[in-house]
Design a protein around this ligand. Structure first.
Ligand code: BGC
Length: 877
């Protein structure tokens, strides 16, 4: 029976009792902590999902039992987005905990709106089988392990409590024991061949003992305090408590400043207090996708604090290796962790659902987000305004110690020198050299510090030394001059700092005698009504948050900005002769001729993606290029995959973007990109929709773990190296989401209002730097608007910034379903080559054909867009 027949025979009549059904055999993957629907609705976290075809009465709560044990209350919701079904989420996390085992599920009591109660139903639910490492994947998985290990940041280690002695019994507390998250949800999700979570790694590692009473207790899915006798027994086993604090997050929904999100929940706080008072030593592991309040580490007696983020398929093993000292931690914070969320200037202009409904992508309301903090994002604010963070940018401890001896600093249209790093401790390890600049504070005010270079040492043995050459091009020393629309080096003194975090000591200084223009740009994407921005020269300038708001009664972005037009320069060298794909594959100089012979309908068809493979028939690919009939075109599917190939086929599972970034290891990042590329190639994916490159403007952004850093240079370098690695495997990369997609709340209808300086020095910068390191095959525009124009339809962004200024030579695509809020013709005319996910009918192609007929799209622009697609395709398929 196919899906359509199956749906047709479901009982829907007034008298019919509601029937609970699932698709295919019921499997529960205990390693997929949040599950598929979490990105749509957080209440479904950890649930097995079943459906009712009839409208249900949510007031009447039924019940579910697993192997005779009553489960916590289920979640019943109408999900229009999931095929107009009522979805029953049955909480199973912690209950289904044995690989390969079958469980019997009994459900009863749910009642439809016609008053019919369901007949009790029984199901068999199988926990997915355990998979084991295979030799053929070992080389790739070694990189995944290294990335997970190097991405761990040791934040506190009082009295050198860590590493723990072999044979110690670990008392693991907190719901994170059964909710050890290894990935973000949504586009950044991984589907690994297997997962080694912390419990598995500890149980099977043979180094530590595990107090097994506690994982049993924490099936409760709460950060509850176990009964006194359980605690007493734990204390007798060892005087050490390890508490896991966990937070899931991902695409579509932002986090908030509520307790249980940015701040500790009441349960977490109570548990931590009890543990720190009961045990002589407490270790806290932050298994969170975003920075949270860590002031507890000093409020209670917490000896050691570890940030492991989402570490991918081998996250647990990596963490166990750090606990045991097999791995000496060498990760560094890619973001400032503040003392308080509201210390962040961007907190004043961010939709915070702590006391309001969470807004998802399709909630339908329009909102403005005004970037009043200007250039003062992350450490740029903390260092300039003398505000103490909880943990600074670039920070991370080691089990050994290092000294850094800077050599002579030379300025010659760039800075040059050498830093000598010596391991002065007693175990081997790696250190990160970080170079910052303080630029002259003249006509343009400048932040106190800006990262301009970083490099990681190799593994240094005790006593061993490495000389790290430093070379910083002039372009890294510039300020964006809003009067001249240019990147300039102001006249005056430049101070250079070299060290291991943002508060690095002075290395030296030089004087630039006269102001110079390093790169002339032009005014792009200007805000019709620019924001007032934070200034260290104006004590009254702290962000007020008045322009950031959900807009009532509007169904569009406003003001609609006027953008310059960039005429297409498509030149076909017309012959009119029809060519096929293989002709251009053999001779790429024929691309324009190939395109010139296509009809308008064919051009439109090529420029609209042939829909996503998220249904039951696909393998989960995000889309594919339409294979024009008669042109012998290859299959060209694309898939998500920041941290692996996001298909329903098991493959590699790397850490999330921010954890990869915490490695501060460019060479490793290249290897990560290469491995994902090689896996994608083996799975028939010529292009991967990654990396996500948006700046960490606010830690509560739902996609924080997917993106890299609050610093544009770090994000850009890491992104560029990732793309380089991926494309070395013959698979195209895609830097996304250009630009200003810095929150998920009503993301398709959110307008970022950004001043020109911040746009240039912060938000466009990571993309510019990545393109400078390695020109990627493609770019994805964002859902949001910037300064009055949807980014997907912004000609100044696509033609001006990407093509003219940065020589981008790949193809540009929309984010998925951007046409819900931006006109198809406008996007195409701006140079957005591929409209996604599209469809197989003429819904979107029709709009393009119409657009050409009405003169809203020039034929040359449509041809040029098509040529970019073909030119890119022939490189990878
Ligand atoms: C996300 C993109 C992703 C695309 C395709 C969108 O919802 O924002 O990052 O690449 O879907 O899955």
């Amino acid at each position: 029976m196919d899906a359509q027949e199956f749906f047709a025979q479901l009982p829907r009549g007034k008298e019919d009792k509601p029937l609970l059904f699932g698709f295919g055999p019921l499997e529960y993957n205990k390693d997929d902590i949040d599950g598929l629907y979490y990105m749509l609705d957080r209440d479904f976290s950890g649930c097995l999902l079943l459906n009712f075809a009839k409208p249900m009465n949510p007031e009447i709560q039924g019940r579910a039992w697993l192997n005779g044990e009553m489960l916590p209350p289920c979640v019943l919701k109408y999900m229009p987005i999931m095929g107009n079904l009522w979805v029953l989420g049955i909480p199973m996390r912690g209950f289904v905990n044995e690989y390969g085992k079958e469980y019997s599920l009994h459900v009863e009591g749910y009642t439809d709106t016609d008053g019919n109660e369901m007949n009790p139903q029984d199901f068999t639910v199988k926990c997915t089988d355990r998979a084991f490492p295979e030799k053929k994947n070992a080389a790739h998985e070694t990189i995944a392990l290294q990335a997970a290990q190097e991405g761990i940041v040791l934040l506190k280690n009082e009295g050198q409590l860590l590493p723990l002695a072999e044979g110690t019994t670990l008392n693991l507390f907190g719901k994170g024991v059964n909710q050890f998250r290894t990935s973000a949800v949504g586009a950044g999700k991984i589907n690994p061949r297997y997962t080694i979570d912390l419990l598995t790694a500890l149980r099977e590692g043979g180094v530590f003992g595990v107090n097994e009473e506690l994982p049993k207790f924490y099936r409760c899915d709460r950060d509850a305090i176990p009964q006194a006798e359980v605690i007493k027994a734990a204390r007798e086993k060892s005087d050490l408590a390890v508490m896991l604090i966990t937070r899931g997050t991902g695409e579509n929904l932002d986090n908030s400043s509520a307790k249980g999100e940015y701040y500790l929940s009441g349960d977490e706080e109570n548990l931590l207090k009890t543990l720190s008072e009961t045990f002589s030593h407490t270790v806290v592991i932050l298994n969170t996708g975003y920075p949270i309040d860590v002031t507890f580490a000093d409020r209670y007696h917490v000896d050691a604090l570890i940030y492991n983020g989402f570490g991918g398929m081998l996250a647990g093993q990596a963490l166990a290796d750090v606990l045991s000292g097999k791995m000496n931690p060498c990760g560094k914070l890619p973001d400032t962790w503040p003392m308080d969320y509201f210390d962040l200037p961007a907190s004043r202009n961010f939709y915070d659902s702590a006391d309001k409904p969470r807004l998802d992508a399709d909630c339908g309301v329009y909102a403005d987000t005004c970037y009043e903090e200007g250039i003062y994002v992350g450490y740029r604010y903390f260092s300039t305004f003398g505000k103490a963070p909880a943990y600074p940018f670039g920070y991370g401890l080691s089990y050994t110690s290092f000294t850094m001896k800077p050599g002579k600093l030379v300025y010659d249209r760039g800075i040059y020198g050498e830093i000598t790093v010596t391991n002065t401790g007693s175990c081997s390890g790696k250190e990160v050299v970080q170079i910052y600049v303080n630029k002259p504070d003249g006509r343009m005010e400048t932040p106190d510090r800006e990262l301009i270079y970083f490099a990681k040492t190799r593994e240094l043995q005790p006593g061993e030394t490495e000389r790290i050459p430093v070379s910083v091009p002039e372009k890294n020393l510039t300020v964006y001059d809003t009067d001249k629309a240019a990147y300039i080096m102001p006249a005056g003194e430049y101070t250079i700092f070299a060290g291991t975090d943002v508060y690095a000591p002075i290395w030296g200084s030089f004087v630039n005698e006269a102001e110079t223009i390093v790169k002339q740009a032009s005014h792009l994407m200007m805000a019709p009504n620019p924001p007032e921005t934070l200034s260290k020269r104006n004590p009254e300038s702290w962000p007020k948050g008045e322009r950031t708001r959900v807009k009532e009664g509007t169904d569009g972005f406003f003001p609609v900005g006027k953008r310059s037009a960039y005429p297409a320069s498509f030149n076909s060298g017309k012959s009119g002769k029809k060519l096929v794909y293989q002709d251009v594959k053999r001779d790429p100089s024929l691309v324009n001729k190939f395109v010139a012979a296509l009809s308008i309908e064919e051009l439109a068809r090529l420029c609209v993606c042939a829909s996503a493979g998220w249904g039951m028939e696909g393998v989960g690919e995000a889309g594919r290029v339409y294979q024009l009939e008669g042109y012998d075109m290859p299959d060209f599917p694309v898939s998500d995959g920041n941290s692996g190939v996001n298909l329903r086929v098991p493959n590699i599972g790397m850490p999330s973007g921010v954890t990869l970034c915490a490695t501060f290891n460019k060479e490793l990042m290249e290897q990560v990109g290469r491995v994902i590329g090689e896996e994608a190639k083996a799975l028939g994916m010529p292009l991967i929709l990654a990396p996500g490159m948006n700046l960490h403007r606010n830690p509560l952004n739902g996609r924080q773990p997917e993106y890299f850093s609050e610093d544009p240079y770090l994000a850009g370098m890491m992104g560029g190296h990732y793309c380089k690695g991926m494309e070395s495997a013959g698979v195209g990369s895609c830097i996304k989401h250009l630009i200003g997609n810095n929150c998920e709340s009503t993301r398709k209808r959110n307008q970022s209002i950004i001043g020109e300086r911040a746009l240039r020095e912060l938000y466009l910068k990571p993309f510019e730097i990545a393109m400078g390191e390695h020109m990627p095959a493609s770019v994805m525009t964002a859902y949001n608007a910037v300064n009055g124009c949807p980014t997907a339809a912004d000609e100044e962004l696509i033609q001006g910034f990407l093509r003219e200024e940065n020589g981008f030579d790949g193809f540009v695509m929309t984010d998925w379903g951007t046409y819900d809020t931006a006109g198809v013709a406008e996007m195409v005319q701006a140079g957005n080559c591929w409209i996604t996910p599209g469809s197989l009918d003429d819904t979107y192609t029709g709009q393009i054909v119409e657009g050409v007929k009405e003169g809203r799209i020039t034929l040359e622009r449509l041809e040029e867009n098509a040529a970019w697609i073909i030119r890119t395709m022939i490189r990878f398929a």
